[in-house]
Design a protein around this ligand. Sequence first.
Ligand code: PRT
Ligand code: ZN
Length: 210
Amino acid sequence: MKTLKIAIQKSGRLNEKSVELLKNCGLNFENYKSSLISPVSNFPLEILFLRDDDIPEYVQDGIADLGIVGENVIQETEVEVSYLQKLGFGKCSLKIAVPNTLPIKNLSELDGKSIATTYPVILGKFLKQKGIESDIRTISGSVEISPGLGLSDAICDLVSTGGTLKSNGLKPFADVMSSEAVLIGRKGSENEDLIKELIQRVQSVLRAKE
Ligand code: PRT
Ligand code: ZN
């Protein structure tokens, strides 16, 4: 029989909840230690432990049949995958934030300003849709310190509690997108029996939590 593969985050904010969800689905497997692949003993499934950024492409390309990843990562990588189920964890918003001291009120005032982000694709589409021309500065991390260092006027980053913005003297200015962890599959794959079975198990775990 065919063995399915599901890609989940190896370590980070989504790892624990992803593992918990799969265990609650009745799947027996060893959590990630050093092996990137963990076989499930009671279902024809293997768990692949990956960087979250790689998950959408692995699923699009069919290396994994399913994946659990934040919607923000899917949108940023612009892959073609099916959203099979929202999972209710990893909730956050991608926001534009500005220094507390910057006196701007309207979105249009971002015109001509620089915005540092690790999400240039999503931000670029958002600004284009609003007809705003800002200078998007793509950086790979620690976005929040960028205005303080004089590297940008504003930032665009994920926010959950808002604590990081606050401690860096920034305030939320505009919502770009909201995100949560989702179960994704290759386009059309939801019709396969084993995948259907897994989706049903995930849905009944989520229902039991309501
Ligand atoms: O190593 P790998 O590449 O797999 O992980 P990663 O470091 O890229 O991602 P990780 O583990 O930080 O986040 C994984 C996913 O969790 C993200 O893609 C989001 O979908 C989701 N998520 C939910 C968040 C947050 N909440 C979040 N708060 N991801 C990041 N943050 C960061 C944010 O970037 C900022 O630095 O937390 C800080 C803000 O948090 P607050 O609570 O101070 O507002
Ligand atoms: Zn990542």
